[in-house]
Design a protein around this ligand. Structure first.
Ligand code: NOJ
Length: 585
């Protein structure tokens, strides 16, 4: 695809307030968000890593898709241990991605096209190279209590076996505690040892975070996606989790997630930054959240967050009681009933976020659809149809609109993601066959979603003029944005039409949800009702033909067929991955 013309963005010397955009109350309910993982989106300078000017060069592409908001994964200063989710300076941009001036230009370019920018907010932890943590390493420092420092377990010598203050496992393998030789104490890191957890019990930490957020809002950003925000409140007693035989460190979610002060902190943040008052978009990543908690957090009366990212639906293809690496088959009734429970649970009170994939999840079409040449396009379209017709704010992950697929790495040396690399080392160390581990990685590694966006069929898919930091998927020669934009029948145009429907029809935004045929193994059917209008979605989520049981769905004679994967078809027979949206009334 030829690069869209560079927008005439104002230079950063222009007052940033000129970039501020009016935000109507509740505007995010009818919005579609597009997530950009900057490292893999578009590289402007040939170093093989995507950057902010690269994103700015693609704003016309985003505008043509019709999305309202860009959520930008972290671009702050960072040693890049976890690709930017380890921040060493919240107030600056990492040179890998550009400069503050580049960010101002991006904000202005988006605002000039009526789009908004949401920044990632990573405040459960910082980088160990952040000045706050560096200062905190001195036991006499006033910042010692800004992080979770603890002595070795009673009766043990620091550094000896099982001397860690608790038996908690890190999300990235091994212990969640790291000994700092300098002070002889351990610090908590729920992710890598270069991501020490901030101690939100300390009011100075909270005030420093809110002040930083305020500065970003004043700079012109329109909201925040809050990284693992439900980990900011932990059970302050830091107790061991129940032991698991044969495992030195164990998952300890109950101890460090959804702690007793979570909602208090969120309310305090909301007031201190004026999140509601300024009509900012707020979405909190909350693994392990229940429907009840999400309902309270997203209830506007509580002034916490607009919506949360929940994880139940992306955990349904893991073996019960196992980790994400323990693969298990997924049955459609389980998936659709889970989404329905969230729809019903939040109805009329809170608000859902809707996503199939992101930078931490495998590609949707490879996981929930069928990425074979025969079914890839229709399954990508049908998954999108089902997602966008639920109630909530849809999130499109870069390349999802093209039907991009998982990678095919066969050797561990190809992986770059810290979680994948650590898991391979730990699991093979514990005696698991390398082949089994590689099969899990092929299905679940975060690198699946992180291969560069495929822009056209030229070298490295035009992602970079250099060598990409992660290889481009070989299917870029036919699966790319240029081809998709040129083909009216592509997944790109299907996404564009879904987004347009949301903007045109209040029933897509506000319609009451109902799941039909909840136990059907192939068909996902639902209605959305507003006044006398009923939206009926019928989707065959399988690679075999399916038949709609007689009399099971509302009559569609006289209804408008708004969008379909197989134009013109209306019979009770559904082709593999065929889906239709009807408007009745
Ligand atoms: C969730 C982010 O989405 C993920 O990419 C990151 O590794 C962890 N939080 C730690 O920040």
């Amino acid at each position: 695809m030829s690069s869209p013309e560079q927008p005439s963005a104002p230079s950063s010397s222009v007052s940033t307030t000129s970039a501020l955009l009016e935000r109507e109350p509740g505007w995010w309910r009818s919005a579609v968000v597009y997530q950009i993982y900057p490292r893999s989106f578009a590289d402007s300078n040939g170093d093989g890593i995507g950057d902010i000017p690269g994103i700015t060069s693609k704003v016309d592409y985003l505008a043509s898709l019709g999305v309202d908001v860009v959520w930008l994964s972290p671009v702050y200063a960072s040693p890049q241990d976890d690709n930017g989710y380890d921040i060493s300076d919240y107030e600056d941009i990492d040179p890998t991605f550009g400069s503050l001036a580049d960010l101002d230009d991006l904000v202005a370019a988006l605002h000039a096209r009526g789009m908004k920018l949401v920044m990632d907010l990573v405040v459960n932890h910082t980088s160990d190279e952040h000045a706050w943590f560096q200062e905190s390493r001195d036991p006499a420092s006033p910042k010692r209590d800004w992080y979770w420092w603890r002595p070795a377990r009673k009766g043990s010598t620091p550094g000896s076996e099982s001397a860690e203050p608790t038996n908690w496992a890190s999300f990235f393998s091994g212990s969640a505690w790291q000994l700092d030789e300098q002070s002889g104490e351990y610090y908590l890191h729920l992710f890598s040892r270069k991501q020490p957890d901030l101690n939100w019990e300390n009011p100075e930490v909270r005030q420093a975070v809110y002040a930083m957020m305020n500065r970003w809002v004043e700079r012109g950003v329109d909201g925040f996606r809050m990284d693992v925000i439900n980990l900011i409140s932990k059970q302050p007693t830091l107790q061991d989790a129940p032991a698991v035989p044969g495992r030195p460190f164990v998952p300890a979610f109950e101890q460090f997630a959804n702690g007793p002060r979570l909602e208090e902190f969120l309310q305090e943040m909301n007031a201190a930054v004026g999140l509601d008052e300024r009509h900012l978009l707020t979405v909190g990543e909350m693994p392990g959240s229940t429907i009840e908690l999400a309902r309270r957090v997203t209830d506007p009366a509580n002034s916490e967050l607009n919506m949360v990212f929940t994880f139940e639906h992306v955990g349904l293809d893991a073996a019960p009681g196992g980790s994400k690496w323990d693969l298990a088959p997924l049955r459609l009734p389980v998936l659709k009933q889970n989404l329905a429970a969230w729809q019903e649970g939040l109805a009329g009170v809170g608000w859902n976020s809707l996503y199939w994939d992101n930078h931490d999840q495998p590609r949707a079409v490879s996981r929930f659809g069928d990425d074979s040449p025969e079914h890839r396009v229709n399954s990508a379209k049908t998954l999108a149809t089902v997602q966008h017709m639920h109630q909530g704010t849809p999130y499109v992950y870069q390349g999802e609109e093209l039907g991009m697929t998982n990678t095919q790495f066969v050797d561990i040396s190809a992986f770059r993601d810290i979680e994948s690399v650590n898991y391979h080392a730990e699991a093979t160390g514990l005696g698991l066959e390398s082949e089994t581990v590689l099969a899990s990685l092929a299905a679940r590694s975060r690198d699946n979603a992180r291969t560069p966006v495929q822009w056209d069929d030229s070298s490295h898919a035009a992602f970079t003029q250099g060598i990409p930091w992660l290889p481009v998927n070989a299917n870029y020669v036919y699966l790319n944005a240029a081809a998709a934009v040129a083909d009216q029948d592509s997944t790109f145009h299907h996404f564009r039409e879904l987004i347009a429907l949301r903007h045109e029809l209040p029933v897509v935004v506000e319609g009451r949800f109902a799941l039909l045929l909840p136990d059907h193994e192939q068909i996902w059917a639902l209605t959305r009702t507003l006044g006398d209008q009923v939206l009926l979605v019928v989707a065959n989520c399988s690679s075999s033909p399916a038949t709609v049981p007689a009399g099971a769905l509302p009559d569609v004679s006289g209804a408008r067929l708004l969008l379909s994967t197989h134009p013109g078809a209306t019979s009770a027979e559904l082709a593999p991955w065929e889906s239709r949206i009807h408007l009745i009334g």
